[in-house]
Design a protein around this ligand. Sequence first.
Ligand code: GLP
Length: 240
Amino acid sequence: SGPRVEILDSATDVAERAAARIAAACAAPSPVLGLATGRTPLAVYAALRERIAPGGLRLDHATFFNLDEYAGLPPGHPASFASYMRRELFDPASVPEGRWHLPDGNGGPAEADGYEAAIAAAGGIGLQLLGIGRNGHVGFNEPGAAHDSRTRRVRLTEQTRQANAPDFPAGTPVPEHAVTMGIGTILEAREILLLATGAAKAEALAAALEGPVTEAVPASALQRHPRVTVLCDVAAGRNL
Ligand code: GLP
């Protein structure tokens, strides 16, 4: 048991395999998908866009919930994860507004609870796409996050803020806080697809999959989930 790991030749193969899995999930009548941002899934969304071409994959019957959003950014800020998703996948022609959701980065506990309620009302997440941070974070659950944590406001580590600084215009500081689904929220997805590409993820991936289950490595909580598939390239999988 434990996560099923597929080490593929390249990041392109990882993206293709992930897109195929998402497309298959979208063949269901009312799929509910959890999505991630960051650099890793960019190639997945590109592969999905190709499949959406006329007569191809349809996403308009699906519901989407993203993992996380920065706090403190005005609506429409280009570095927000909402802007990212609109650029990468959520063209109004393919997915109606209102069918894709992100946590309210500027909301309080009531909005965070509302996000949990919206996921539950949709029937829960069927397939959750995940990346992994260099420190083993998932979503914005940084080391120390409780494995039963729910959607809430969190403080970002310096390491994470530096890793994401290239997404912000020069001179614009990376926010210090975000709102993220909790580890407990993520573990309720019926199936999880964890993606890792590039050598910078090798250590975190090995710690998550083969190290102890510990709050010091948020992704290690995935060892306790019955249906996790890890898709990684050779570089990210080299310590496994
Ligand atoms: C980000 C996101 C995560 C993502 C991770 C890795 O900050 N909040 O959801 O999985 O860090 O990002 P990347 O794919 O850019 O390495």
